[in-house]
Design a protein around this ligand. Structure first.
Ligand SMILES: *[C@@H]1O[C@H](CO)[C@@H](O)[C@H](O)[C@H]1NC(C)=O
Ligand SMILES: *[C@@H]1O[C@H](CO)[C@@H](O)[C@H](O)[C@H]1NC(C)=O
Length: 410
C-alpha cells in the first residue's frame, strides 16, 4: 500500500478520535511501538470479567440481536455495594466513539471512570459496544471473515445497534433511558434521536465532543487525503475491515513513520492537546484500544467531509434511487429531535477534531437549546480518560441527569 494512503487512514482516524492520543504519543516517541499494538492481544474474556468485576462492581453480560442479525454484547453494571437484581436507579447507556468499545468508560480508576462513577452514584449502568468491536463480534449467519459482515457505516450503528440497545433497556426497565455518547457515539445518538420512536424512549442525552457536520475540518493534510479519495482506494483494494491490530493494520501504521513523513509533527498538528492524560496508563489503554471498524464507515465519514452533509450513506445515483427512492441520500433532519428532549453538549477548547463552526451548525438546526459545558483545556481524549474528569465532567453530567430524571416512570 502506498504511504499516502496509509497516512490518510490514520489521519482520518485521528480526526474522529479513533486512535487514541496515547497511541499517538507512542507513535511520536518510537515507531517500533506500533508492533506492540499488533501483538498485544488480551485473552478473549468478557468485558465484565476482564475490566469491571476486578474493581469490585457487579456486572452482568447480555447479548442482544439487531434487526440485521448482529449479536451485540451489552453489560449492566451496578455499584460496589449494589445488587443488579434490586438496582432501582435510572438506566443510563454509555455509547463509545470510533475505534473504541464499551471498555472506554472503565479504563481509569473507579474515581476517574464515568462507568464506575455513575454506578457508584446509583445509576443502572448499561454499556454498549457496536458491531465489529471485540465485545460485539457475532452475527446470526455471517462471520467476521465475510466481507458482508463489514457492510455498514455509522448509519447502521445508529439505526440498528444504538436503537436496539435503547429499546432493550427501555423494555427491561420500563423506564426512559439516559444516553451518554462520545465522538462517533454522538453522531449515532443525534441520528437515532431524529427517529421519533427512539427519541420517546430517551430521558436526556449528554454528548461529549458532539459531531454531526464534518464540513469544516481544518487539517490541510486530512483534506488533501479526502480529495485524493483514499477511502475509495481502500475499498477498491478489497479491504472491508479496518483493524489496526491486524498484520495489515500494523504494517500500515508502521509505514507512516518509515521514511520522510515526520510523525511527530503530523500527529501534533492533528490531535488536540489533551490536558489531563495519565501517561503511566498507556499500557493498559493499549490492551483495549483500538477496536476495529469498517472501511465503509470511513468512507461515509469522508463523504460527510466532502459534501458537508449529515446524511445517509451515498451509494451513487442509481443505487440511491433504488434504495432510498431519490437520487441523493436522505439527510438526517436534526430539527426532528424533540424540543422537549434535554441535551447536554460538552466541548473541549483543545479538541481539534470537533470543529466549532460545525458545532454551531448543529446547534442552529436543533429545535432545543442544549446545555453547554465548555472545557477550555480539554482535548478529544480527555473526555474519556482525563484524570480530572470527575469534577470537570462527571459531576456536571450527573447534576444534569438528576435535574431531568424526575419524570422517569421507574
Ligand atoms: C524503540 O523501542 C524499542 C523497543 O521498545 C527499543 O529497543 C528502542 O531502543 C527504541 N528506540 C528509540 C529510538 O527510542
Ligand atoms: C496514573 O496511573 C497510575 C498507574 O495506573 C496510577 O497509579 C495513578 O494513580 C494515576 N494518576 C492519577 C492522577 O490518576
Amino acid at each position: 500500500m502506498e504511504r499516502s494512503s496509509a497516512v490518510a487512514v490514520v489521519v482520518v482516524a485521528f480526526l474522529i478520535g479513533l486512535l487514541t492520543s496515547e497511541i499517538a504519543a507512542e507513535i511520536a516517541q518510537n515507531s517500533t511501538e506500533f508492533y506492540r499494538i499488533g501483538r498485544r492481544r488480551s485473552p478473549p474474556q468478557s468485558l465484565c470479567a476482564q475490566l469491571i468485576e476486578p474493581s469490585g462492581y457487579s456486572c452482568s453480560e447480555l447479548t442482544i440481536q439487531t434487526k440485521d442479525g448482529y449479536l451485540l454484547g451489552l453489560q449492566r453494571v451496578s455499584s460496589r455495594s449494589g445488587d443488579l437484581r434490586t438496582q432501582q436507579g435510572p438506566p443510563v447507556l454509555l455509547q463509545h466513539g470510533l475505534f473504541m468499545a464499551g471498555d472506554a468508560w472503565f479504563l481509569n480508576s473507579p474515581e476517574e471512570s464515568l462507568g464506575f462513577v455513575l454506578a457508584d452514584e446509583g445509576f443502572d449502568v448499561w454499556v454498549g459496544s457496536v458491531r465489529g468491536t471485540r465485545w460485539s463480534h457475532g452475527h446470526v449467519s455471517l462471520s467476521e471473515e465475510d466481507k458482508e459482515f463489514w457492510d455498514w457505516s455509522w448509519q447502521e450503528l445508529a439505526l440498528f445497534d444504538l436503537s436496539e440497545m435503547i429499546r432493550y433497556i427501555y423494555s427491561t426497565r420500563s423506564s426512559k433511558v439516559f444516553v451518554v455518547g462520545h465522538s462517533q457515539g454522538t453522531i449515532m445518538s443525534l441520528a437515532a434521536l431524529t427517529q421519533p420512536d427512539i427519541a420517546e424512549l430517551v430521558e436526556a442525552a449528554a454528548l461529549f465532543c458532539p459531531i454531526s457536520y464534518l464540513e469544516h475540518i481544518t487539517s490541510k493534510f486530512a483534506l488533501r487525503m479526502v480529495n485524493m479519495h483514499v477511502d475509495q482506494m481502500i475499498l477498491a483494494m478489497g479491504i472491508h475491515q479496518l483493524n489496526f491490530r491486524s498484520e495489515w493494520g500494523v504494517n500500515l501504521l508502521d509505514s507512516i513513520c518509515d521514511g520522510h513523513v515526520d510523525c511527530n509533527d503530523l500527529l501534533t498538528s492533528i490531535t488536540g492537546k489533551n490536558c489531563c492524560f495519565n501517561n503511566s496508563r498507556v499500557d493498559l489503554y493499549l490492551d483495549y484500544e483500538p477496536h476495529p471498524t469498517s472501511a465503509k464507515n470511513l468512507h461515509h465519514l469522508f463523504q460527510m467531509i466532502r459534501k458537508g452533509t449529515f446524511s445517509q450513506y451515498d451509494y451513487g445515483l442509481l443505487k440511491n434511487l433504488r434504495l432510498y427512492g431519490q437520487l441523493k441520500p436522505p439527510a438526517f433532519d436534526l430539527s426532528l429531535i424533540p424540543e422537549s428532549l434535554p441535551l447536554l453538549m460538552a466541548c473541549g477548547g483543545n479538541d481539534d477534531l470537533a470543529d466549532m463552526t460545525d458545532f454551531h451548525h448543529t446547534l442552529k438546526e436543533l429545535q432545543s437549546t442544549p446545555e453547554l459545558l465548555y472545557l477550555e483545556n480539554y482535548g478529544h481524549i480527555d473526555f474519556i480518560v482525563s484524570v480530572k474528569s470527575k469534577e470537570d465532567l462527571h459531576d456536571p453530567v450527573i447534576r444534569f441527569f438528576r435535574s431531568w430524571g424526575k419524570s422517569s416512570s421507574s
